[in-house]
Design a protein around this ligand. Sequence first.
Ligand SMILES: Cc1cc2nc3c(=O)[nH]c(=O)nc-3n(C[C@H](O)[C@H](O)[C@H](O)COP(=O)(O)OP(=O)(O)OC[C@H]3O[C@@H](n4cnc5c(N)ncnc54)[C@H](O)[C@@H]3O)c2cc1C
Length: 501
Amino acid sequence: MKLDPQVRIQNRTIIIGAGMAGLAAAISLASSGENALLIERQPYPGGKMRELPSALGGIDSGPTVFTMKYVFDELFRKTGKSFEQCLDLKKAKTLARHAWDDSGSFDLHASKAETVDEIGTFFGRECAEGFQTFCRDSENIFNSLKDTFIGASRPSPLQLGSRVGLLNVRKLWQLQPFTSLMGKLHAYFPDPRLRQLFGRYATYVGSSPYKAPATLMLIAHVEQEGVWFINGGMHKLAQAMEMLAEEQGAEIRQGETVARLLMDRHKVCGVVTDKGEMLTAKRVLYCGDISALSEEFVGTSNGTPKPVAPAERSLSAITWSMEAKAEGFPLHQHNVFFSQDYREEFDSIFERGYAPTQPTVYMCAQDRGDDGTLSDPTERLMCLINSPANGDVNRLNERELEQCQRNMTRSLSNCGLNITPHQSAITQPSDFENLFPGSGGALYGRASHGWMASFKREGAKTKIPGLYLAGGSVHPGAGVPMATLSGMIAAEQIMKDHALT
Ligand SMILES: Cc1cc2nc3c(=O)[nH]c(=O)nc-3n(C[C@H](O)[C@H](O)[C@H](O)COP(=O)(O)OP(=O)(O)OC[C@H]3O[C@@H](n4cnc5c(N)ncnc54)[C@H](O)[C@@H]3O)c2cc1C
């Protein structure tokens, strides 16, 4: 849609989407004195960080594992407030509980020494020693990439080389970052269960451990650095960020959808809402899924970022948010019930396009903390299995969903856990596609398959003047802290360009 030449373009940034990236950008821009208007189609902030209602209170039905707190410390500091001032946080002593069968469970602890001891007892001395080397290598990868890649504008492979420096490139190279994560894990862990446990980190960015690069070991380090519980649930974080953005002077409109961008010749100069309202702006920051940026939405075929091809999409999921009674297994807040054949699980999803028949199940028991105690026998649970991102072409019918639920509960009962749901809401890939259009239900943008995948993500600045990008489907990638970083990086880029003009 073209702009009437008589209309004055407002000197502000319109941000599309109040997920983590959009909220972080609104806080960053507004706290620097920039005029920011945030438009969100849902009546609530947070995007994927959503909660579903239940008689016991909201059930966290999106992200549940909160890491990289330093990102939020930095974001909140911009406003003169500390993160702790705005949210009630507690550092977890136990990172997650894992089970493969009904013979007991294995915990990863925040204390490395405790984890070494537990690995020694559960898997033997060789694995305990392997874990120590694994921790050292993961830390090295994280430290090499933290400021050069993760927290910086998107580099090309060559630029990354020069940012990392010759010495660190050599160190990174010795760690064989181009082999697959699962392949690399053989070097540390003779026991296949530990390879499965640490290989699962690839799913944090929606990828298969058999195809993702070994650099993703850095996620293990990120978790080792700390997992925090947010009192009241993850959605409290989105609410706190929304409040902070408004306090800093950002305007937020909810329940309105941006239907398309407004163009002035080849430059973006605002947006048009689904109600036909025209809102001008010198800059527009798009924080939805990159695959929804069609030529029709952008208004030009020149330089419109390419959607992620269906074959390159990351994982979707099927989730069950429920009030239930859980018996037979000592639940922690974060629990993983592994399948017997991990390779088959990813082959089913990525090669054949079906949800696995023997799925690994992640269960968040948000009413339990570190000690696992419960005041009420009925609790809020969210169970998640990985699934293919084909929600744009396939909707599972009731019979198929029942089968998925049977498969999921069988994986739990194999580990001794029986659940009796009193109320349950299912979200399947086509629901995620409806919530996040263009994605096919992919929850993490492009899959990180192969070492080049991270470089294929779009950066904050597009080829179209005035149009910027942020969110989990662009650099530096998916996950709550990464999407937040992308919003902060985009805000920095906007302010830099604005200062130049
Ligand atoms: C089930 C699940 C579990 C997860 N688990 C974890 C976890 O444990 N830890 C972790 O770190 N990460 C996890 N993630 C990933 C994490 O939630 C996401 O990577 C992150 O929240 C994405 O943030 P985002 O900024 O990309 O925005 P999104 O959350 O994708 O939000 C984008 C927003 O833009 C809005 N929007 C889009 N288009 C328009 C438009 N045209 N007009 C107006 N508004 C628009 C949408 O409504 C949405 O609110 C999980 C995700 C899911 C779904």
